[in-house]
Design a protein around this ligand. Structure first.
Ligand SMILES: Cc1ncc(COP(=O)(O)O)c(C=O)c1O
Length: 188
């Protein structure tokens, strides 16, 4: 770190960050990547990206987002957590299905399912790619995107589209536009 080339990343002038982002994008086959300095920040950005205030997100009861991130999803993103107890951190798709709300004007919208892989409080349990795919293929409402949080250490290779913190069900162009928009905001 002492010998790293550095610069102002706000202006995309940090050669080391630029190199890291290029490498990450290349490794996961994407057009661009964005360096985020902490897992907590990445999770919050992901929730903010996918949810509006007052919406509900599904989380495993011992998930890092719920347990250790100072309530940021409620304090900052304004969403409410719907907790499901998993088996060693792994959610049963049937339990998720039961937690999804019908459309009703009295209800908050369920907009996100967060999967923690590997699961911190469960001691690093792995959600198999098959299970991730099963949850992602579930018959959910049109407005429900799906997100998987992949712990960078010991992450298994997920099914078809592996990412560290990412989102299932939106187009690649949308992801690219979002990254560009975030970069634009940071720049200004
Ligand atoms: C699954 C998971 N998500 C998020 C985090 C938070 O990462 P950070 O400490 O970089 O904010 C951790 C940290 O241990 C984690 O295990």
């Amino acid at each position: 770190m002492n010998n790293a080339d550095v610069g102002d990343d706000v202006y995309q002038e940090d050669p080391t960050v630029n190199q890291l982002e290029e490498l990450a994008a290349k490794k996961i086959g994407k057009q661009a990547a964005l360096f985020i300095p902490s897992g907590t920040m990445g999770n919050l950005i992901a929730v903010l990206t996918h949810c509006q205030r007052g919406e509900e997100i599904i989380l495993e009861a011992d998930s890092h987002i719920y347990y250790y991130e100072v309530g940021g999803i409620s304090a900052v993103a304004g969403v409410i957590p719907r907790l499901i107890i998993g088996n060693k951190g792994i959610l049963d798709p049937q339990d998720i299905k039961k937690a999804l709300r019908d459309e009703n004007l009295h209800y908050p919208k369920t907009t996100l399912i967060c999967l923690e892989n590997t699961h911190n409080r469960a001691g690093g349990t792995i959600i198999s790619p098959k299970m991730v795919e099963k949850i992602c293929q579930m018959d959910t409402y049109q407005f429900l995107p799906k997100l998987a949080e992949y712990n960078i250490l010991g992450s298994p290779r997920p099914p078809s589209k592996v990412r560290l913190v990412t989102h299932y069900g939106i187009s690649e162009d949308d992801i690219y536009t979002t990254i560009k928009a975030i970069k634009e905001i940071v720049k200004n």
